[in-house]
Design a protein around this ligand. Structure first.
Ligand code: ADP
Ligand code: MG
Length: 240
């Protein structure tokens, strides 16, 4: 579904992605781990066309991801992204945050969008917060709204960029639980995370990225329990 073929990207003289290759099949959950500044967010942003890349090819369902091409709008409706900072509309209710995409982007009816939004908010445990405003919710609740909003586009895949990093520790679990449910339902996901427990339990594969290079990749259990490369070992010793 997602193919990343030898992409490179520089910001000015600084090359931050140095020939990265991987693919994600339908229904797979791939976690990307690695130190701060290694290029994890840049890769996700390139995949959904928020950022251009200099060489190589990214494709989604066979369509080349090119931020300067009209096709990018279509790709984005099939590929949702959830950010570290939830990016909810502050002056809209929870319900309106979730119906916004389907109504504005997909031109779905208000009634149909509302029905779906209520269903999704109930699924993430916020069926009683439809009329609340983001500022009155905890960080964990806001991130669950953001996930419901991503799901409202009925995406084929979701990219998560450190979805729990901005949360107080006691709120991390409720967000990971929602993501785990999605994975179990077969959603295709790429998750940048420092939650190694989540990666071990939920990911099919883990990629360890350092300085814009995939140093090691493999099945989650192998890579996290028995990393082969010294750099991966060092990183895991530091985070676990
Ligand atoms: P990560 O998500 O792994 O922490 P990023 O993808 O955010 O890493 O960043 C990778 C590198 O690219 C870092 O050195 C960062 O400073 C640099 N970088 C990211 N975005 C920009 C930008 N818009 N302009 C210049 N440099 C950037
Ligand atoms: Mg990042």
């Amino acid at each position: 579904m997602i193919l990343v073929d030898n992409i490179r990207k520089s910001y000015g003289a600084l090359e931050v992605i140095k020939g990265v290759n991987f693919e994600v099949k339908k229904g797979e959950v791939v976690c990307i781990i690695g130190p701060s500044g290694s290029g994890k967010s840049t890769i996700l942003r390139c995949i959904n066309g928020l950022e251009s890349y200099d060489s190589g090819v990214i494709s989604f369902d066979g369509v080349t991801v090119d931020p300067s091409d009209r096709s990018i709008a279509g790709i984005r409706t099939h590929l949702s992204m959830v950010f570290q900072r939830f990016n909810l509309f502050p002056h809209r209710t929870v319900l309106a945050n979730v119906t916004e995409g389907p109504v504005q982007v997909k031109r779905e009816s208000k009634e149909k969008s509302r029905k779906l939004a209520v269903e999704l908010l109930t699924k993430v445990g916020l069926g009683d917060k439809l009329d609340a405003y983001p500022q009155n919710l905890s960080g964990g609740q806001q991130q669950r709204v953001a996930i419901a909003r991503a799901l409202a586009m009925r995406p084929d895949a979701i990219l998560f960029d450190e979805p729990t990093s901005a949360l107080d520790p006691e709120l991390v679990g409720e967000v990971l639980a929602v993501m785990r449910d999605l994975a179990n339902e077969g959603m295709t996901m790429i998750v940048v995370t420092h939650e190694m427990g989540f990666a071990r339990e939920v990911a099919d594969r883990v990629l360890f990225l350092e300085s814009g290079v995939i140093v090691e990749e493999g099945p989650a259990k192998d890579l996290l329990r028995n990393p082969k490369h010294e750099r991966t070992q060092d990183f895991l010793h530091r985070v676990i």
